[in-house]
Design a protein around this ligand. Sequence first.
Ligand SMILES: C[S@@+](CC[C@H](N)C(=O)[O-])C[C@H]1O[C@@H](n2cnc3c(N)ncnc32)[C@H](O)[C@@H]1O
Length: 234
Amino acid sequence: MRGVLLPMHLVREYLAVRKLRPDEGKSDFDRAHDVDTDGEFGGWTYLSDLNIPSSNWIEGHDYRAIEPDRFGGVLTSLGILFDEYTFVDYGSGKGRALLLASEFPFKEIVGLEFSPELHRTAEENIRRYRSPKQRCKNIRSVVVDFTEFDLPRGPLVLLFFDPCRGQVLEQVVSRIERSLMASTSPVYLAYVAPRLETERLLRSSKLLKEHSRNTLFNFVIYQRAGDPRDRNNG
Ligand SMILES: C[S@@+](CC[C@H](N)C(=O)[O-])C[C@H]1O[C@@H](n2cnc3c(N)ncnc32)[C@H](O)[C@@H]1O
């Protein structure tokens, strides 16, 4: 009986402590900006606790927000003129990456998230966010399964913070490849915390090639193969 009741008891105690000290365990980012981007349990929000209207949640990865240093590492290694680019976060959750991206002068910032609950929190965070460093206010969170999303036109930075695996990952990559075939704009795909299967899939694409890799923050950046702005091309 104890084995059955103990987990319930621990969760109840955890929630009670959070009520008494709501700031306890909050990330520096959330405290500094008075937003809610942290996951619920030790930094994680489990997809099995959410009502997601897509069967693809089975191959989705739980929510956790990207670390600001890691995010900064990704964007500063691109070497691009941000104001020409739209930033798209695949699996944007509560929107931390969208807020961090808004400190760069992107043309537009778009988050794709299939959990309506996480999306609503992201919208509230976008509304509340204040930072003297903010350079882009054209930010939106879209509630959508990203396998069904058509990429906007023009130069793009696509962020994947390891949001999914298996067939869902294959579907989203082939949708991106279809967009690449239909345009000539520069596209960068940054994959944070890639797994072996992810690397295999992205490397096998004839339309993408590796741009750079960072072992400290564990991310890889791919770019459109044949990007005319790439000095190593031709
Ligand atoms: C590791 S979190 C990334 C959070 C955010 N990108 C960040 O960097 O702070 C992965 C997110 O992907 C979302 N996700 C997974 N599969 C998805 C899909 N097929 N369509 C839309 N969102 C998805 C999950 O709900 C979760 O919020």
